[in-house]
Design a protein around this ligand. Structure first.
Ligand code: ATP
Length: 314
């Protein structure tokens, strides 16, 4: 039985080991990147069954994605190997200690050729949650169509729909994003957005007002992520503020996926809402304390290492 299905683009991720200009990097680590596949790994590490659907090339990188995700316990039976397109690539480096630079090489990639016929409908219909992101809505027309088809199937089958806005400036303009996302938000039960992302969809000059106006668009649960400032949740009309965990940030990438994965896993565990939000904040904080995207996603026992002193207050 699969708890959560997600779909999208996963890529081979090269990470420069040395800080400085990318062209001077000589040594790279190799792993996997992609918001949805990271979310699937995060959910699996938190103890729930996750499946990832997507396309990869018939190449070594496609094999890397399959073996990494499967090794993390993610169900990859819905992964399609496309013989006509390569697996996309991501390259991450640090220009300075503070400045992380991520480049994507996805033009014509297998991942961007995702189409509605790729969906494993029986698995999707029997899951508890479908999670999608704005990235897959933006990468190509057929991928966007696949997201919309999956959301429609999930709604019809009573599967909870979760959306992480995950706005990427390089992929689309704010106006394009706002139009495409609004459509999906209307069919969404759980919405994750940073303050800036929320501003693409609704008005609100502080996180509470923003959460309220996002909630008016339809989602039952709205999570406004605030980085080192914590998060605000508006669920079933109840507002909760989570104080951030105090940690030393080494690499901000991956916090949003860790937060969403933990929040969704806690929902599937039927944890009480205060605990659910505190766990999500702890997961986001944990993710920034180590280098890497999927590598830094926490397992449940990692979270007990963080100080529990920061309580959630209503
Ligand atoms: P990403 O960088 O992965 O795209 P994001 O922008 O989607 O992340 P953030 O708001 O940066 O999301 O992080 C998600 C959550 O993780 C925050 O709401 C917060 O609870 C926690 N978090 C992130 N950064 C920190 C930090 N420096 N200190 C403590 N908690 C953090």
């Amino acid at each position: 039985m699969i708890d959560l299905v997600t779909l999208g683009e996963s890529m081979a991720l090269f990470t420069a080991r040395r800080t400085g200009l990318l062209r001077h990097a000589r040594d790279f680590g190799l792993g996997v990147g992609g918001a949805e596949s990271n979310l699937a790994i995060g959910v699996s590490r938190m103890g729930r069954r996750a499946a990832w659907f997507g396309r990869v090339g018939a190449d070594e990188f496609g094999e890397l994605l399959r073996s990494t995700l499967a090794g993390e316990g993610v169900d990859v039976r819905g992964m399609i190997v496309d013989p006509e397109a390569p697996t996309g690539l991501m390259v991450k480096s640090r220009r300075t200690a503070e400045l992380v630079d991520v480049r994507y090489y996805r033009s014509g990639s297998a991942g961007s050729r995702l189409r509605p016929g790729d969906l494993d409908l029986p698995t999707l219909r029997s899951a508890r949650v479908l999670h999608v992101t704005g990235i897959t809505l933006a990468i190509s027309a057929s991928a966007a169509e696949t997201v919309r088809a999956a959301v429609a199937e999930a709604r019809a089958a009573g599967v909870t729909v979760s959306l992480d806005v995950n706005y990427r400036r390089a992929l689309w303009s704010p106006a394009e994003a706002s139009a495409a996302l609004r459509d999906v938000v209307a069919s969404t039960d759980v919405l994750f957005a940073t303050e800036a992302e929320g501003g693409l969809l609704a008005e609100g000059d502080d996180p509470v007002r923003l959460a309220k106006s996002l909630s008016a668009l339809g989602p039952r649960h709205v999570l406004v992520k605030r980085g080192a400032l914590g998060a605000v949740e508006l669920s079933d009309g109840v507002l909760r503020h989570a104080e951030p965990y105090r940690v030393t940030e080494l690499d901000p990438v991956g916090a949003g996926d860790a937060f969403a994965a933990a929040w969704l896993a806690e929902t599937m565990e039927e944890a009480d809402p205060e605990r659910r939000l505190a766990t999500a904040c702890a997961a986001g904080a944990f993710a920034v304390t180590s280098e890497g995207d999927w590598e830094s996603l926490p397992r449940r026992h990692d979270l007990s290492l963080l100080s529990p002193s920061d309580a959630v207050s209503r």
